[in-house]
Design a protein around this ligand. Structure first.
Ligand SMILES: Nc1ncnc2c1ncn2[C@@H]1O[C@H](COP(=O)(O)OP(=O)(O)OP(=O)(O)O)[C@@H](O)[C@H]1O
Ligand SMILES: [Mg+2]
Length: 501
């Protein structure tokens, strides 16, 4: 007798116009396993997960639940069949409590009214069972991202999900939160829940999964038992080659030229008068990459917003930001290239074409959109090629690009502007290993051309690989500075939590 899989995708094919996103994919997830799904940007991972969750109807193929064929016409169908999905952009109501969010739409009822006590109890019980601690009465809007994600998981479990899909769940988490998430996933699996985990971080795959399926260009190119594979073997299946010997840190030739970016005694307050930056001072020279480390909310956001000119100074702000000796221009200083973390909100106009997005901000230089269609297209072709952005054509809206390709598009646009200063946040979040290598090379090249780079990243290894110096922020101050070569996880971690010696 064969034991049927908890869920199985059989021969799934899905096209978007001329793009074959999934091409006859078979994937079975066993009961109680953590099954990782990896592959390059655009390989078809999210599409496949959307088919399983009833968000996309496949052109061919079908889904089995415990050996039986199910029709998934919508997420409601998927939920009814015990499938759950944790979305990257959380779908929670900040004004409601944890318990209210968890039961929303499926409230327990007693005597014709919502049974609030039962809701809180259910949340507490599930939390207890799976190590998903969250205060049922807390307002979601006040919770850190890691806890909000737990609420999303609780929502799915409350609806009796037996198969849980997580698409790049750690992209929004700090390393500590990610570790806690993996503990939860292990507990869920031990309790019989099947977990499908999409991620680009091979370290996570090796540490947290039981089996791995690798996709490439819409097809399965590898199936592995995690304990019997290596990162290199996975990379081979993902991109068809090994990574070049990891770009060990290659320090740049930092000139002793003056700082092209200089932050002097900067203090800023938010609207409520709370100090967000206190007496921050540092400089970045041409040909230098300065890394910014810190737990989320330590002032990085305010610092970046001030350096790029996005933040208009408020009452009580003091100090200066100088670019090449003159103050940064409010609004958005064009002398600074900026690759924001939130690539959808801040960096792209999702409904405009890739070509238009690649030129955005520079359209006046070519005489406006309409006048210069040829220029727009030529520029787009060049950047698509140089940055290996994979898209059906330059005319597709950016919203149709996979996450990693959207990120490459923003980098392509910003790095090709050859500004004296580049500010980058989380440059490789959500991008595949090959693209990560490429993006690191592009940033190093920019540095070698003499651009000054300010790099914010929550990945300490990324800071070490790229930066010459690392500044650590804590509660709005720069509390430590290390040459990249000396910045161990332990040292950085201490400084990031305010416990540096
Ligand atoms: N709604 C859509 N319309 C048009 N094309 C789409 C749509 N969704 C996905 N695609 C295309 O299908 C292919 C697979 O995309 P998908 O989002 O599944 O990739 P992915 O493996 O999740 O990539 P990433 O790692 O970047 O998230 C890509 O070429 C993408 O551009
Ligand atoms: Mg995806």
């Amino acid at each position: 007798m064969t034991v049927s899989a908890a869920a199985e995708l059989v021969g799934v094919t899905k096209r978007f116009g001329s793009v074959l996103a999934n091409d006859g994919i078979d994937l079975a997830v066993a009961r109680g396993e953590v099954h990782a799904v990896v592959g390059e940007n655009g390989a078809g991972k999210s599409t496949l997960m959307s088919v399983l969750y009833g968000l996309h109807r496949p052109d061919a193929g079908h889904v089995l639940r415990e050996g039986r064929r199910v029709r998934l016409r919508s997420p409601a169908d998927a939920i009814a069949h015990g499938l759950g999905m944790v979305h990257q952009r959380f779908r929670l109501f900040p004004e409601l409590t944890v318990a209210e969010n968890v039961v929303l739409g499926a409230e327990p009822v007693a005597r014709g009214a919502v049974d609030r006590a039962a809701a809180r109890r259910a949340v507490a019980d599930l939390g207890e069972r799976y190590g998903l601690r969250a205060d049922p009465s807390a307002r979601v809007g006040r919770l850190p991202v890691g806890v909000r994600q737990r609420v999303e998981i609780l929502r799915a479990l409350y609806r009796r999900a037996e198969v849980l899909i997580l698409d790049e769940p750690t992209a929004v988490l700090t390393p500590g939160e990610a570790d806690r998430l993996f503990e939860v996933l292990r507990t869920l699996a031990a309790g019989g829940v099947s977990v499908l985990l999409v991620t680009h971080k091979l370290g996570e795959v090796l540490a947290a999964s039981d089996r791995v399926t690798v996709l490439r260009q819409g097809r399965v190119t590898g199936r592995f038992t995690t304990a019997e594979t290596t990162a290199d073997e996975l990379v081979q299946a993902m991109i068809g080659r090994s990574l070049t010997a990891t770009a060990t840190h290659r320090p740049g030739a930092v000139s002793d030229a003056d700082h092209v970016l200089e932050v002097r005694d900067l203090s800023v307050r938010d609207r409520d008068g709370v100090a967000r930056l206190s007496e921050v001072s540092f400089g970045v020279r041409p040909g230098e990459i300065v890394g910014l480390a810190g737990v989320a909310g330590s002032g990085q956001r305010e610092l970046v917003d001030t350096v790029t000119g996005l933040r208009t100074s408020g009452a009580g702000d003091t100090g200066q930001v100088l670019l090449g000796g003159t103050p940064v221009r409010p609004g958005r200083d064009r002398r600074v290239a900026y690759v924001p973390e939130d690539r959808h909100g801040r960096a792209t106009a999702p409904e405009m074409s890739l070509a238009e997005n690649l030129l955005m901000g520079d359209q006046h230089e070519v005489g406006g959109w309409r006048l210069a269609r040829g220029v727009v297209r030529a520029r787009a072709r060049d950047l698509v090629e140089r940055f290996s952005i994979s898209a059906a054509s330059a005319d597709v809206p950016v919203s149709a690009l996979s996450g990693g390709n959207a990120q490459k598009a923003v980098l392509a646009r910003e790095l090709s502007r050859h500004t004296p200063v580049i500010v980058v946040e989380e440059p490789t979040q959500g991008v595949d290993v090959g693209a990560r290598e490429r993006i690191h090379a592009l940033l190093t090249e920019a540095r070698d051309r003499g651009q000054a780079v300010l790099l914010q990243s929550s990945e300490l290894s990324e800071l070490r690989d790229l930066a010459d110096r690392i500044l650590v922020m804590y509660e709005g101050r720069v509390v430590a500075e290390y040459p990249a070569a000396d910045a161990t996880d332990a040292l950085l971690g201490q400084a990031m939590t305010g416990s540096a010696a």
